[in-house]
Design a protein around this ligand. Structure first.
Ligand SMILES: *[C@@H]1O[C@H](CO)[C@@H](O)[C@H](O)[C@H]1NC(C)=O
Ligand SMILES: *[C@@H]1O[C@H](CO)[C@@H](O)[C@H](O)[C@H]1NC(C)=O
Ligand SMILES: *[C@@H]1O[C@H](CO)[C@@H](O)[C@H](O)[C@H]1NC(C)=O
Length: 340
């Protein structure tokens, strides 16, 4: 099914907000202020978008919009940071090459397409009221150690789409696609949507958030009593441009697929994503409260050129591109465990 068509249909009937916007790349490096604060380098390579106050240490008490001088997001009041691991191709000779990303917006440097949704993407009414995240709020979704299907299903919505063309949105799989994908691999990361209403973060960066008590976010399921506050669903879409690696003659001779996350996972089950809220003032709540879709009148935007101009010099001095003998950080490639 084609999401773009659905979004156009939504224009006619929408009563509230469905926000979708592009953030171009800020930097690619081994830093992780959420899971490995202060560690330079952190364990594995990430691709990061958003405000340029991103750093190895990010004090939640600091005012991100004030600390940043620019953002890579098209919504110019969004100084949040959004990041994921990066994908590498593993050649038959055992060397690795970083897979480039492609942008869903013409002219924008590849990065992340971000959504904030009040209801399921295909629900054209978007009528649920949701609470915007607060300054200092952070969250994580996924498990870097997951190597089986069971270990990823508990996160419900961390998936891959093997794209035949730019509009392909189904099917979504929990493991890496097993065939070459002519238009690339889309990674979809949806965060949980029920907040405990108290904690801006938690030791595992997940416990302050939960999934609906029954049903799903998409079916309008109620939040559990422990996490009663319904928030927007944050969705990242990242398109990995695998085209230069689609020749089956370059794929492993044992029939497995050749892509591996920057921390060594070759199953795809360890798909994960990080979010550090950094919208200016109540800009996010205002947009969520304004009936609009994609191009929201209440939202200030900047040009693609301005998004692209916002970049950061990597503070970790290492080569993450070219043909590498090992993954940065020295991670071994890990395949699925027995029984899966
Ligand atoms: C990141 O932190 C380092 C060390 O505190 C500091 O020197 C550097 O200026 C910071 N970079 C940015 C972009 O804030
Ligand atoms: C390993 O394979 C890649 C892809 O075929 C090739 O570009 C690279 O030069 C090879 N490296 C070595 C050391 O043979
Ligand atoms: C879901 O939970 C709500 C509130 O507790 C309840 O009213 C509803 O019947 C439940 N639905 C199902 C399908 O269990």
């Amino acid at each position: 099914m084609n999401r773009l068509i659905l979004v156009c249909v939504a224009l006619a009937t929408l009563s509230s907000a469905l926000i979708r916007f592009q953030c171009s790349q800020l930097v690619v490096q081994r830093l992780d202020p959420l899971v490995n604060p202060g560690m330079t380098p952190s364990t594995h390579v990430h691709q990061i978008v958003g405000g340029n106050s991103f750093n190895a240490t990010m004090d939640p008490k600091k005012d991100m919009p004030k600390e940043s001088t620019c953002t890579t997001c098209s919504f110019s009041e969004d100084f949040s940071n959004y990041w994921t691991a990066v994908l590498y191709f593993r050649a038959r000779n055992g060397t690795f090459k970083r897979v480039p990303q492609s942008s869903q917006i013409t002219g924008a440097k590849a990065g992340i397409t971000v959504y904030y949704m009040q209801d399921a993407l295909y629900d054209t009414a978007q009528k649920s009221k949701v609470k915007a995240f607060q300054p200092g709020f952070r969250m994580f979704v996924g498990d870097v150690n997951a190597r089986t299907r069971d270990e990823v299903t508990r996160f419900r919505q961390l998936t891959y789409t093997c794209m035949d063309n730019a509009g392909t949105r189904a099917p979504e799989t929990l493991a890496f696609p097993t065939r070459p994908c002519p238009a690339g691999i889309m990674v979809n990361a949806r965060f949980p949507t029920c907040w405990d209403g108290v904690n801006l973060d938690s030791p595992d960066h997940m416990a302050h958030m939960a999934y609906p008590a029954n049903g799903t976010f998409e079916s309008g399921g109620p939040c559990p009593a422990t996490h009663p506050v319904r928030t927007a669903q944050v969705l990242f879409e990242v398109v990995w441009d695998t085209r230069q690696f689609n020749n089956k003659a370059d794929w492993p001779t044992d029939g497995t697929q050749p892509f591996v996350w920057s921390f060594g996972d070759a199953t795809g089950y360890a798909n994960h994503a990080d979010y550090v809220f950094g919208w200016k003032g109540d800009a996010l709540q205002k947009i969520l409260d304004t009936p609009c879709v994609v191009n929201c009148a209440g939202a200030k935007t900047q040009s693609t050129a301005a998004m692209n101009a916002c970049t950061q010099k990597a503070v970790v001095n290492e080569n993450v591109d070219g043909w590498l003998k090992e993954l940065p950080g020295g991670h071994e490639v890990q395949y699925g465990r027995k029984g899966d």
